[in-house]
Design a protein around this ligand. Structure first.
Ligand SMILES: NC(=O)c1ccc[n+]([C@@H]2O[C@H](COP(=O)([O-])OP(=O)(O)OC[C@H]3O[C@@H](n4cnc5c(N)ncnc54)[C@H](OP(=O)(O)O)[C@@H]3O)[C@@H](O)[C@H]2O)c1
Length: 338
């Protein structure tokens, strides 16, 4: 075993064993501007060498393109990787800012078959409900997902952006291995109710956008002008106008901690979210997104950084000062429904 490989963790009591940091694959074909397919493929391979085994995608990322892009990698390494995908969200091609959310049984059944086909796998290791459709009782949706487990189409279940109450109701129907929600130095609303519920139930947390969608790396100094015209971050309040400038000013403590460790801002952001496992007493497996092999090396190295109590205290006030909500309509996230 190579020294640079990250340690492992288990998602939920009966869930899969994975590297303690996963890889968010969304940006490889969707959302964050132009991509280089060769670099993205090299990123996947480098991640695997470093012990990353949880690969995160969704049917909504590029209307299936992201799942299709990952299929050859999964095919070449089927026994080494944990394939995680999601259903519930679709984006009308003529309205790229709109999100249609469905959780009904016929939709779930159609979605899983389409994902299996695009991914080129016989079974999905971790299948998430991506977003909550409040017109369908969560017990019914998880009941359908449990049927997929019994039919051998899916191994483990996950939920994204659910409230604590939704998580408890779902877990009573079938064990939930992981909740995937936004969690970072900039986005801490889930700590109030979702994180304690997950800890009580033995459910793992999979923080998405742990780098604040890139903002916490310090690389986006003038977000409104730097982003490509089709970059979805342009639609998010935190990246717009005065909010972006105000949020850039919040990075000073992150810079100070990074300088003290001789590491990058991205590494501090990832070390912070990883350390929430011991702060809150649950398993935490963040899925930073990158399309560059060097950044996978940088990001996985963060798993070996331990922040001191003084450093955690310095970083503590940041989230409360962030300008702009995570989404234009916060009902799209758990905090908007708690
Ligand atoms: N469940 C949900 O609703 C949901 C929502 C959003 C995302 N997700 C999942 O979570 C994953 C991660 O979230 P995310 O991609 O939104 O945000 P993120 O991980 O917070 O940030 C990704 C951005 O940071 C850049 N980056 C990564 N490592 C870096 C480093 N070391 N230095 C400088 N920049 C770096 C990436 O650019 P490069 O690619 O150019 O390196 C990309 O622009 C996604 O890929 C997706 O799988 C789920």
């Amino acid at each position: 075993m190579n020294d640079s490989r990250i340690p492992a963790a288990r998602l939920g009591e009966g869930g899969p064993q994975v590297g303690v940091q996963g890889l968010g694959c969304m940006g490889m074909s969707f959302a964050y501007g132009p991509t280089d397919a060769d670099a993205a493929r090299a990123t996947l391979e480098r991640a695997l060498e470093l012990g990353v085994t949880l690969y995160d995608t969704a049917d909504a990322y590029g209307a299936g393109d992201n799942e299709r892009f990952l299929a050859p990698f999964f095919g070449a390494h089927r026994d080494e990787v944990v394939v995680a995908t999601k259903f519930a969200v679709s984006i009308p091609p003529d309205e790229p800012t709109k999100r249609i959310v469905r959780n009904d049984a016929p939709y779930v059944r159609e979605a899983v078959d389409a994902s299996l086909k695009r991914l080129g796998v016989d079974v999905i290791d971790l299948y998430y409900m991506h977003r909550r459709d409040v017109d369908v009782p969560i017990e019914d949706t998880v009941g359908t997902m449990a049927e997929l487990v019994r039919e051998g189409k899916v191994k483990h279940l996950g939920l994204s952006e659910v409230t604590a109450g939704e998580l408890r109701a779902a877990h009573a129907v079938h064990p939930i291995a992981a909740v995937q929600s936004e969690w970072s130095l900039f986005s801490r609303d889930i700590e109030a109710q979702v994180v304690p519920a997950a800890r009580d139930l033995g459910v793992a947390l999979v923080p998405y956008s742990p780098l604040g969608r890139g903002f916490l790396t310090g690389a986006l100094t003038d977000a409104p002008t730097e982003l490509a015209s089709d970059d979805v971050r342009r639609t998010l309040p935190r990246f717009q106008g005065g909010n972006a400038a105000a949020n850039a000013a919040l990075l000073e403590p992150v810079r100070a901690v990074a300088a003290a460790h001789g590491v990058s801002l991205a590494q501090v952001a990832l070390a912070w979210v990883q350390q929430q496992a011991s702060v809150h007493g649950l398993t935490v497996v963040p899925i930073p997104g990158t399309r560059r092999p060097q950044r996978v090396e940088e990001n996985t190295a963060a798993a070996r950084i331990a922040l001191t109590d003084d450093q955690l205290a310095l970083l503590e006030p940041i989230a409360a000062k962030v300008s702009g909500t995570r989404y234009p309509d916060m009902r799209f996230a758990s905090a908007g429904r708690e």
